[in-house]
Design a protein around this ligand. Structure first.
Ligand code: OXT
Ligand code: ADP
Ligand code: MG
Length: 576
C-alpha cells in the first residue's frame, strides 16, 4: 500500500499527496527490500525513521564502512541487493570502500546516499558536506544513478536493483539529493511511478555447443580438477553442483568462501591436497572462480610444468582468457550451466581415472594426518592450531553456524583447519584480503539468516570494526566474537631498537578485548587454553548472547603475512 503523506487543503482541490521520503520507502518495500544498513544524519535521518515506522528493519551502525560491508554480504547471502544508507560526503566516502569491495567480490549491493544540492555543488559554492558524489562513485561500482525528481524514484531504484543483481553482480550507487525527499506529488501518480522489478537476474542459458565442448575437454582428462569459487556459492545451485561433481567423479577444490558447498569431508574434496591438484591436474574446470592472484593467475610455479587446459563456467564473458587461454568457455548463470552440463553428460559418463583419485586421496590423507596432532595441543598460551582445533570441533557439531573470519595467520590457518559442512557458512576477507569486514559481516549474517555467528578475528583485524560490538549488543544478536590476541599484526614480538616508539606491528601487550563487550552489556571472557575457549564458545552459542572471547595466543606463534608472505616486496638495502 502506498504511503500518503499529506492532504492538500486548497479549496476544491483536495487530493492525496506523497513525497520523496515515502516514495523511496514504498519503492524499496515493493521490491522486497526489508532491511537497510546505515548511519543516520542530514539529510537521511527522517528517511531511516520513517522506513522503520513502515516496517523496514533499519540497522544503525557506528561507522558507514561496517554498514556497507553488512549490506555487501547480505547481497551475497540472499541474491538480493543489500542496501546501505549514508549521509553526504564523509558518510558517503566511508561507505564507498564497501561499495568497491562489493563490486570487486561480485556481491549485489546498493549504496544509497543523501547528497547536497546540485546547483550549489556544481558551482562549488561550499554547501554543507558538498561533494560531487556521483562522479566519485562511478569508477568504483558497476553503475551509478542520480534521481532529481520524485516521479523518477521508482525508475531509479528499479535501475539500481537490476544493475546490482543481473549478469555479474556488483555494487551500485544511488544518489538522492536532499531536496528530493521533500518533493511532493499526487499520491496516485506516485504509486503509478513505482516499478516492481520483474525477473531482476534473468537466467542466462549457455549455448549447447559450449556445453558439448566443455564436456569433451573434461572427458579427455587424465587428471581433471574442478575449482569451485564464491560465485558458485552465490548462485545457490547447491543440488545441481553436488550432482555434477558426484556424477563426474572429479576431485574438487573449494576456494575459501566456497568451502561447504559440498562438505569439506566429502571423499572428492581436494582442499587438503591443494598443491598437488593445482600442480598435476591436466584439465581444470573453474566454476564461479576467477584466475586472479588467489589462483596465481593460472600459471607459474603453483601450476607446475604439466600442460593444462582450462574450462571456465562464468556469467561474465569478459572473464574468459583474462589470465590464460580458456579452451572451453561456458558463459551463463551457474545454475543453468551446471544443469546443462549434467543433462548433456547422459547416463554413461565415465568417472575420473581411479589412479588420479587415489593420488589425490593419498596426499589429502597425509596432510590431514600431519595436521591432526597439532590440533590436539592444549598449550597455554595457545598456539593457532590448538585454539582452532577446539573451534573446528564446535563447528562440526553446529554446522549451521556462520563462520566469519579475518586476520592473517588467524585467517589462513582457520581456513585450512575449520571444515565447513554446509554452503555459504564461511564468510571472509574475499578478493581484496581486506581487514574490517568482521563485525559488519557478523551483524548482517545474523540478521539475514537467523543463524548464530562465530567470528574468528585477528586482534588487528577486529580493530577495524570493533566499535560495532555495541551494535551487536544493541540489537541483541547471537554473535560470538573470538579474538585471537597475539598482541599484534602477524606477531606481537617485533621490537623497535631506535626509539621509544613501539614497533609498527605490535599492540598493547596483554590487552583485554573482552572488556569491550562487557562495556555494552554483553558477555566477555578471557580464555587462556583450548578447553576454556571451547567452553566459552559453546556457552555463547547455546545462550545466543552477544559474547566476546579474548583468546590469548602466543605472541611468537604467527608468521609474517600468514601464508602470503611471499607477496611482500623485498628491499635490496639491509634492514636496520
Ligand atoms: O597442499 P599443500 O601441502 O600445499 O598444503 C595446503 C593444503 O593442502 C593444506 N590443507 C590442509 N591440510 C590438512 N587438513 C586440512 N583440512 C587442510 N586444508 C588445507 O594446507 C596447505 C595450505 O592450504 P591453503 O590455505 O588452502 O593454501 P594456500 O597455499 O595458503 O593458498 C593460497 C591462497 C592465496 C589461496 C591462500 O593463502 C589465501 O586464500 N589467502 C588469503 C590471504 C589473505 O587474503 N590475507 C589477508 C590479507 S594479509 C595483509 O594484507 C594484512 N593486513 C594489511 C591490511 C589489509 N589486509 N586490509 C586493510 C584494510 N588494511 C591493511 C593487516 C593489517 S593482514 C593484517 C592484520 C593481521 O593481523 P591480525 O592480528 O589480524 O592476524 P594475525 O596474523 O593472526 O596476527
Ligand atoms: P573466488 O574468490 O571464490 O575464487 P571470485 O570472486 O574470484 O571467486 O569469482 C567469482 C566469479 O563468479 C566471478 O567471475 C563472477 O562473474 C561469477 N559469478 C557470480 N555469480 C554468478 C552466477 N550466478 N553465475 C555464474 N557466474 C557467477
Ligand atoms: Mg594478531
Amino acid at each position: 500500500m502506498l504511503n500518503t503523506a499529506t492532504k492538500s487543503e486548497a479549496p476544491g482541490t483536495e487530493q492525496e499527496l506523497t513525497d520523496g521520503f515515502h516514495l523511496v520507502i514504498d519503492a524499496l518495500k515493493l521490491n522486497g527490500i526489508n532491511t537497510i544498513y546505515g548511519v543516520p544524519g542530514i539529510p537521511i535521518t527522517d528517511l531511516g525513521r520513517m522506513a522503520q515506522a513502515e516496517g523496514i528493519r533499519v540497522v544503525s551502525f557506528r561507522h558507514e564502512q561496517n554498514a556497507g560491508y553488512a549490506a555487501s554480504i547480505a547481497g551475497f547471502l540472499t541474491k538480493r541487493p543489500g542496501v546501505c544508507l549514508t549521509v553526504s560526503a564523509p558518510g558517503f566516502l566511508n561507505g564507498l570502500t564497501a561499495l568497491a569491495h562489493a563490486t570487486t567480490n561480485c556481491f549485489p549491493m546498493i549504496l544509497i546516499s543523501g547528497s547536497s544540492e546540485r546547483e550549489i555543488v556544481d558551482l562549488q559554492q561550499g554547501d554543507y558536506e558538498e561533494m560531487d558524489q556521483l562522479a566519485i562513485a562511478k569508477p568504483l561500482c558497476k553503475a551509478a544513478f542520480r534521481v532529481l525528481h520524485a516521479q523518477d524514484i521508482g525508475i531509479g531504484l528499479a535501475r539500481a536493483i537490476r544493475a546490482a543483481v543481473s549478469g555479474r553482480p556488483g555494487g551500485v550507487y544511488l544518489d538522492l539529493p536532499a531536496k528530493l525527499f521533500g518533493q511532493v506529488m499526487n499520491a496516485d501518480a506516485g504509486q503509478k511511478s513505482l516499478v516492481k522489478v520483474i525477473d531482476a537476474a534473468p537466467e542466462q542459458i549457455p549455448s549447447p555447443s559450449a556445453v558439448k565442448r566443455a564436456l569433451e575437454v573434461l572427458k579427455s582428462a587424465k587428471r581433471p580438477l574442478v575449482i569451485l569459487g564464491k560465485g558458485a556459492a552465490y548462485a545457490q545451485a547447491d543440488q545441481q553442483i553436488k550432482a555434477f561433481i558426484e556424477k563426474s567423479g572429479v576431485p574438487f577444490l573449494p576456494m575459501s568462501m566456497a568451502k561447504g558447498l559440498l562438505p569439506d569431508l566429502h571423499p572428492q574434496c581436494a582442499g587438503a591436497a591443494r598443491s598437488t591438484v593445482l600442480k598435476d591436474a591436466d584439465v581444470v574446470m573453474l566454476i564461479g572462480a576467477r584466475l586472479n592472484w588467489l589462483l596465481s593467475h593460472g600459471k607459474g610455479k603453483t601450476w607446475g610444468d604439466a600442460p593444462k587446459k582450462f574450462i571456465q563456467v562464468d556469467i561474465e564473458p569478459k572473464e574468459m582468457d583474462s589470465n590464460v587461454e580458456i579452451v572451453a568457455p561456458v558463459v551463463g548463470d551457474i545454475g543453468s550451466c551446471v544443469t546443462a552440463l549434467l543433462d548433456a553428460m547422459g547416463a554413461n559418463w565415465t568417472a575420473a581415472p581411479s589412479d588420479w583419485l587415489a593420488t589425490v586421496s593419498k596426499k589429502r590423507d597425509d596432510n590431514v594426518a600431519k595436521m591432526a596432532p597439532k590440533l590436539m595441543s592444549n598449550a597455554s598460551p595457545m598456539d593457532y592450531h590448538g585454539a582452532l582445533g577446539a573451534l573446528r570441533a564446535i563447528v562440526a557439531e553446529r554446522p549451521e553456524t556462520i563462520f566469519v573470519n579475518e586476520g592473517a595467520n588467524t585467517l589462513d590457518l582457520a581456513r585450512g583447519v575449520v571444515d565447513m559442512h554446509k554452503p555459504r557458512k564461511r564468510l571472509d576477507v574475499g578478493t581484496w584480503g581486506v581487514m574490517g569486514i568482521g563485525m559488519g559481516y557478523s551483524i548482517a549474517a545474523a540478521i539475514e539468516t537467523g543463524h548464530p555467528v562465530l567470528a574468528v578475528e585477528g586482534d588487528s583485524a577486529f580493530g577495524f570494526s570493533g566499535m560495532e560490538v555495541e551494535t551487536i549488543c544493541r540489537y541483541k544478536l547471537p554473535v560470538c566474537v573470538v579474538i585471537f590476541n597475539n598482541d599484534g599484526i602477524y606477531r606481537g614480538t617485533d621490537v623497535n631498537n631506535v626509539s621509544e616508539d613501539p614497533a609498527t606491528t605490535v599492540f598493547v601487550k596483554g590487552s583485554r578485548y573482552d572488556k569491550m563487550m562487557e562495556a555494552f552489556g554483553g558477555v566477555g571472557i578471557n580464555a587462556t587454553s583450548p578447553d576454556e575457549l571451547k567452553r566459552a564458545v559453546n556457552a555463547a552459542l547455546d545462550s545466543g548472547k552477544p559474547t566476546l572471547i579474548n583468546a590469548v595466543i602466543d605472541p611468537a606463534a604467527g608468521s609474517e603475512s600468514g601464508r602470503i608472505g611471499n607477496l611482500n616486496p623485498q628491499s635490496v638495502l639491509k634492514k636496520k
